[in-house]
Design a protein around this ligand. Structure first.
Ligand code: ADP
Length: 162
């Protein structure tokens, strides 16, 4: 198990993501953060913004790089020659969906295995959508996202308000 991919929409990256990324980077020789181009849910931020935030957030981790993909994750994995998916697990409600995805990906490409890392308890409530909602209603998100993300998030929200 030398190389792994952590896929997601990262709209935007939070300290919860970073916690899982740091721990996964300790377990694998190479870790690719694969940002999905057109997820069904999301996105407040463009692909370029989401990638830019991630690059700025993981630049202290030498074995982590950021890439993008569209379409099937397993197709991307075949071209990137990687067979391990890392996903973070927060509350129990994540589990059902994550298990379904893991089984489907394995069905599509039998070499693929999914590794789940439990969220640190201090981030188990944290999600990108909740961060956006708090920011939208004027709450502080300093404790949840890197400074650069917070700044752009505030700017974007006030621009949308006009
Ligand atoms: P997706 O849209 O695919 O769910 P996300 O960007 O929301 O992508 O999440 C990417 C990965 O990071 C997922 O595995 C998700 O479970 C994990 N993750 C998100 N927030 C946290 C958190 N607070 N703690 C641990 N893992 C998290």
């Amino acid at each position: 198990m030398t190389r792994a991919v952590m896929p997601g929409s990262f709209d935007p990256v939070t300290y919860g993501h970073l916690d899982v990324i740091e721990r996964a980077s300790d377990l694998f020789e190479d870790l690719i953060i694969a940002v999905v181009e057109n997820p069904a849910k999301c996105c407040l931020f463009s692909l370029q913004e989401r990638v830019g935030f991630l690059v700025g957030t993981v630049n202290h981790l030498a074995n982590v790089r950021v890439d993008t993909f569209s379409g099937l994750l397993v197709a991307y994995m075949q071209s990137a020659r990687v067979r391990v998916i890392v996903r973070g697990l927060r509350v129990a409600t994540d589990f059902e969906y994550e298990l379904q995805m893991a089984l489907m990906n394995h069905e599509l490409f039998a070499e693929v295995e999914t590794v789940f890392l439990p969220s640190s308890h201090r981030y188990s409530f944290l999600s990108s959508s909740l961060v956006k909602e708090v920011a939208l209603h004027g709450g502080s998100v300093t404790a949840f996202v890197p400074g650069q993300v917070e700044e752009v998030l505030k700017r974007k929200i006030s621009a949308e308000r006009g």
